[in-house]
Write a protein that binds this ligand. Structure first.
Ligand SMILES: [Zn+2]
Length: 347
């Protein structure tokens, strides 16, 4: 099962909105074949594992390990349970049930009624942690929310006046590489209009090999310049505004004026099958997620520099679950909904 989870992790940048799944076919002490799910529309882990094994009959005492309940519905591909039954698999070990409505125990039931022995609950905690984005999405009907901010040693988000801030990043270079990896792991990245106005960020993945997430800008007062980098170059951007703008050539979604529309925003993202969003600021937007208690992780980078003046960073009262040190930065990892198992690597 540990190998299944390792294989499943290969899809971390590409499998969404599908879950991360790995499968291993074992005979005695030998691994006969392996597979993992790479991207939507392509073969599920079980299919790829059995394809890798080849057309010959599967030995009767072989065991198929898979970290998520095999699917029993016709989605983008035919159900895996049909294939497993047809290929004569007799024993299956599964980490946990698929919380997705259309599967949710049906897959296991179908395998059992076909006479297969199904063992459930092996490395379940680790497997649920690996698929926390998918599981949160299908059970809470909203994306998994990761808040991220960098603050100075004196607890400020940025330096005043803002014009002097550009090009003087708060955090060190290794930390910035880490932040780019964090971006590559999520489907979307969200910032407020003021962050675009002040920093003109690209919000892309540049320091690691990986896909850039969809960029989301919440700007209901229309303060973001049309020449901003998020509007003029790079990956897809969606602008959430109150009034449609004809000077900006990106997709636009109109939201009501009034209080911070966190729930509406998450609902729109969920409808688009966005399983996770990284919120990178600014202070008002981050605080709104904290106040609504609509977040799952907060990753807080504290640099040794002092800014003296600036916007106060959001204040998380509870202590971090884990703390890492990188360059001269301290990285605090907070988890609201689910804590990582002891065996999980940091962040
Ligand atoms: Zn499947």
């Amino acid at each position: 099962m540990a190998r299944c989870l390792q294989l499943a992790g290969n899809g971390a940048y590409t499998a969404a909105p599908n879950p991360l799944v790995g499968a291993v076919l074992v005979h005695g002490e030998h691994v006969l074949a392996e597979g993992w799910h790479q991207r939507p529309g392509e073969g599920h882990a079980e299919v790829r594992c059995l394809a890798a094994f080849g057309p010959e009959p599967v030995p009767a005492d072989a065991v198929l390990y898979v970290n998520l309940e095999p699917c029993s519905h016709h989605g983008r591909t035919p159900p895996c349970v049909d294939l497993m039954i047809a290929r004569g698999i007799r024993t299956v070990v599964v980490a946990h049930e698929d919380p997705f409505d259309k599967v949710s125990g049906n897959g296991i039931e179908r395998l059992r009624s076909a006479g297969m022995e199904v063992r459930l609950g092996v490395m379940e905690e680790e497997a649920r942690w690996l698929n926390r984005r998918f599981i949160t999405s299908v059970t809470e009907h909203r994306p998994y929310v990761i808040l991220k901010w960098a603050r100075s040693a004196d607890g400020l988000l940025d330096k005043m006046p803002r014009s002097e801030r550009r090009g003087t990043p708060i955090s060190g270079s290794s930390t910035q590489v880490l932040v780019h990896r964090w971006r590559a792991e999520e489907q979307a990245i969200l910032v407020g209009g003021r962050t675009v106005l002040n920093d003109d960020p690209e919000l892309t993945v540049r320091l690691v090999e990986g896909p850039s997430p969809t960029r989301l800008v919440l700007d209901r007062s229309g303060i973001t310049p049309s020449c901003s980098k998020v509007y003029s170059q790079g990956p897809k951007t969606v602008l959430f505004n109150a009034l449609h703008r004809s000077d900006v050539q990106v997709e636009q979604v109109t939201l009501e004026q009034g209080p911070m529309p966190i729930r509406t925003l998450l609902k729109v993202l969920h409808q688009r099958e966005i399983r996770s969003v990284l919120v990178e600021g600014g202070a008002r937007l981050l605080n709104a997620f904290l106040e609504h208690d609509l977040w799952d992780e907060a990753r807080v980078i504290t640099s040794p520099c002092e800014l003296i003046e600036g916007t106060p960073a959001p204040n998380l009262v509870r202590p971090p679950f884990r703390t890492m040190v990188m360059d001269h930065d301290i990285i605090d990892l907070h988890y609201r909904s689910i804590n990582p198992p002891a065996s999980a690597p940091p962040s």
